[in-house]
Ligand binder design. Structure first.
Ligand SMILES: [Zn+2]
Length: 217
């Protein structure tokens, strides 16, 4: 891209804070005010117990500007947001002392990825991987197109909705490994648990999980 094209793009699509949407200098994705005042998840809310998962940490609470930002990221093609989410998530993983051999993510089905054009959790996992210096590898495939979890009711309905949805895509890269599983949001944890169970059956020694935001409490 030429310098002129870059300058024109900046004028047409100025940088805005991914949370409050205030104008930012080129390349800056989050304002200082938001960095200080975001609804960070409290340490007491970490290390939540979910089946098949050693511990699950989340960086932020899913509310207000965080919720609006993640909705733009998912449904409005705001893919550049993955950079700041990855930065915030890597810091949270580091602060919680979580270690792993490799990083993977909760994949979209091929159809949904095709419709959306990108796999939102994959982009966050890649950004987190760059910051933690741990390889990011595709270990899961989504083999059944279940209705979106957000349209389901209680915990039992959510668990049933994600049963047999994932398959291990690379058993040789899974066996004997301690794996960090990444998603954008955790609500009941049914999706993370179902995916972690697949990785454990394929021989992963442990699965830890991390999400950008946590809903429901
Ligand atoms: Zn801001």
């Amino acid at each position: 891209m030429s310098a002129l094209t870059e300058r024109l793009l900046e004028l047409l699509y100025p940088s805005r804070c991914v949370f409050c949407r205030n104008l930012m200098p080129p390349g800056v994705l989050c304002c200082e005010h938001c960095r200080r005042t975001l609804p960070y998840a409290l340490p007491a809310a970490q290390n939540r117990q979910l089946p098949h998962i050693e511990s699950c940490v989340s960086a932020l609470r899913y509310e207000g500007a965080v919720r609006d930002s993640l909705l733009r990221y998912k449904f409005d093609s705001a893919t550049s947001y993955a950079k700041i989410y990855g930065e915030i998530l890597a810091k949270c993983i580091d602060e919680n002392g979580i270690s792993c051999d490799s990083i993977t993510w909760i994949p979209l089905s091929r159809r949904r990825k095709w419709l959306r054009g990108y796999d939102q959790a994959k982009l966050i996992a890649e950004e987190t991987s760059l910051r933690l210096g741990v390889p990011c590898v595709r270990l899961l495939d989504k083999i059944r197109n279940n209705p979106a979890q957000s349209s389901r009711g209680g915990p039992a309905a959510r668990r049933a909705n994600v049963a047999d949805v994932y398959r291990c895509a690379a058993p040789d890269l899974t066996a004997g490994k301690r794996i960090l599983l990444i998603d954008d949001i955790v609500t009941t944890g049914a999706t993370l648990s179902a995916a972690a169970s697949v990785l454990r059956k394929a021989g992963a020694t442990a699965v830890v999980a991390a999400t950008v935001a946590r809903a429901g409490d």
